[in-house]
Design a protein around this ligand. Structure first.
Ligand SMILES: C[S@@+](CC[C@H](N)C(=O)[O-])C[C@H]1O[C@@H](n2cnc3c(N)ncnc32)[C@H](O)[C@@H]1O
Length: 251
């Protein structure tokens, strides 16, 4: 079952590898660059980057860091390899499925993601694996797009998802809620465009008790509008507009 899921995911993203750089064209890169630079400026210690894709984000990494980038798609990694080799620091790239990481427990100080958990088939499973390989108290820092709780964005994103997911990401994930369901403490959510593009800081709890993860973990594709649970570690509803760190649309 897991092998079938991995093979399907690999095939889908292998096909997407030749167009990813074009789709993430210069305009999009320029727009999100300040937020990515800010996110990656916190890099420290032993770092895992999930999923590195063609390596477009490597240009935003501060120099001199110790980074392992993984991705399930060998074609993505083929494109990422020269960018990783040119990085002014220690960077390896490896083919790996985030649902079945081959690292020991508590290997990394930090894990970074960038437009990753729109694409991973079972986000809560993948996030639990990330939690396993993070040291207790280690940081998960994410740049992600999700669904929205606002009309008409929620309607559009929900309607487009079944079509777009055939060759690309889901557009209506509830990633903040999934992070909490995987047992992380969500510390900060900053909205970068509406409530759709956001940066997330979460911390692996000091206790490793798997019972901390919510039993509702399978429900991972709800629209953001349906998000109602409180996010541990904040006063906020999951992905809700009342997040205290919203920035103005377009900001
Ligand atoms: C939308 S792309 C983003 C790539 C890159 N982070 C970027 O922003 O340019 C999503 C990436 O997730 C990877 N991916 C999807 N499912 C995965 C999994 N189960 N394990 C590891 N990587 C996965 C895909 O191969 C693809 O490279």
């Amino acid at each position: 079952m897991d092998d079938v899921r991995a093979a399907r995911t690999r095939a889908k993203w292998d096909k997407a590898a030749s167009t990813l750089d074009f789709l993430s064209s210069r305009g999009a890169e320029r727009r999100w660059a300040p937020y990515k630079e800010d996110l990656f400026s916190a890099m420290d210690g032993r770092i895992l980057f999930v999923a590195v894709g063609t390596g477009l984000d490597i240009q935003f990494f501060p120099p001199g860091k110790d980074i392992c980038g993984i991705d399930i798609s060998p074609r993505m990694l083929g494109r990422a390899a020269p960018r990783a080799a040119a990085y002014d620091g220690d960077m390896a790239v490896k083919e790996m499925d985030v649902h079945a990481l081959t690292f020991d427990d508590h290997t990394f100080d930090q894990v970074y993601t960038s437009c990753t958990f729109c694409s991973v088939p079972d986000p809560v499973d993948g996030l639990r694996e990330i939690r396993r390989v993070l040291k207790p108290g280690g940081q998960l820092r994410m740049f992600e797009h999700t669904g929205s709780r606002y009309f008409p964005f929620n309607l559009v994103l929900n309607m487009m998802t079944p079509l777009v997911r055939r060759f690309g990401p889901d557009l209506n994930r509830t990633t903040v809620r999934n992070v909490a369901r995987a047992g992380f403490d969500v510390v900060e959510v900053q909205h970068r465009y509406l409530d759709v593009v956001k940066t997330i800081l979460a911390v692996a709890p000091l206790s490793d008790d798997p019972a901390e993860a919510s039993p509702e973990a399978e429900d991972t594709n709800d629209v953001e509008a349906g998000a109602s649970g409180d996010v541990p570690g904040t006063d906020e509803s999951a992905d809700g507009p009342e997040d205290q760190h919203d920035v103005a649309p377009g900001g």
